[in-house]
Design a protein around this ligand. Structure first.
Ligand code: PGA
Length: 254
């Protein structure tokens, strides 16, 4: 037994309005009723949908997630949203360092680290994304890149703080391409993540990058894969629940 509770997080990215959110949760809640006993399940939605999620999920143990936050608590930072603001909306998880934010919005290991500290201070679980690009993958520098990202993000944290984060290994070349990393290779690098950063024995490390119902069982059967950060396959409630069921066939058995 691994003793780590499985975790599946839907990353909706920039999809769905508050109205779409309500319709999704109406279907998802009923179908997820049995699965929530076996896993932590959360939906990471755009900021504008978080209140609709909060209302629609009232009385449910399905978690509310955000996709980014700013590290200051308040101030003259036009367009930003802080960890205390997210806490006030009942947010329990927040993705940080997603490759799309690194690529399009200038996220760096340094800003990821600041955001992690702000989130931990607000009792929100950071989901810290690391992963190599296509070029790094082919150059054979995946391990070095991931180690650098981990060091930048977690280097200043205590062991207790590290145990409270979730790390998502998301090879950039697998995100949104339909081509997931093969399960054994993902496990090898996720084992490296668990060992190299220190303090991550108890932390959950989840896989992201084209996780689907068809590959979730093989991925989750690996000893270092504790669940998934799921983009496109989370946009449809039935598909996301099918993926979670496939993962839990093996996660539950260990
Ligand atoms: P994907 O996205 O499942 O669509 O590949 C995962 C992610 O970007 O978190």
């Amino acid at each position: 037994m691994r003793g780590r509770r499985p975790l599946f997080v839907g990353n909706w990215k920039m999809f769905k309005t508050p109205e779409d959110t309500r319709a999704y949760v109406d279907a998802f809640r009923i179908m997820a009723a049995e699965l929530v006993a076996q896993a932590d399940i959360a939906l990471a939605a755009p900021f504008v949908d978080l209140d609709a999620l909060r209302v629609a999920l009232e009385g449910s143990t399905i978690g509310i997630g955000a996709q980014d936050c700013f590290w200051e608590a308040e101030g003259a930072f036009t367009g930003e949203v802080s960890a205390p603001m997210l806490s006030a909306l009942g947010v329990q998880y927040c993705i940080v360092g997603h490759s799309e934010r690194r690529e399009f919005f200038g996220e760096t290991d340094e800003t990821v680290s600041l955001k992690i500290s702000a989130l931990l201070g607000g009792n929100i679980t950071p989901i810290v994304c690391v992963g190599e690009t296509h070029a790094e993958h082919h150059a054979g520098t995946s391990f070095a890149r991931v180690e650098q990202q981990l060091h930048g993000a977690l280097g200043s944290l205590s062991d207790a703080e590290r145990a409270a984060v979730v790390v998502a290994y998301e090879p950039v070349w697998a995100i949104g391409t339909g081509l997931a990393c093969d399960a054994e290779s993902a496990d090898t690098i996720m084992n490296f993540i668990r060992r190299s950063a220190g303090g991550l024995d108890e932390a959950r490390i989840i896989y992201g990058g084209s996780m689907k119902p068809a590959n979730a069982t093989a991925l989750c059967a690996q000893p270092n894969i504790d669940g998934g950060l799921v983009g496109s396959a989370s946009l449809d409630p039935a598909e996301f629940l099918s993926l979670i069921s496939c993962g839990l066939q093996v996660l539950d058995a260990r």
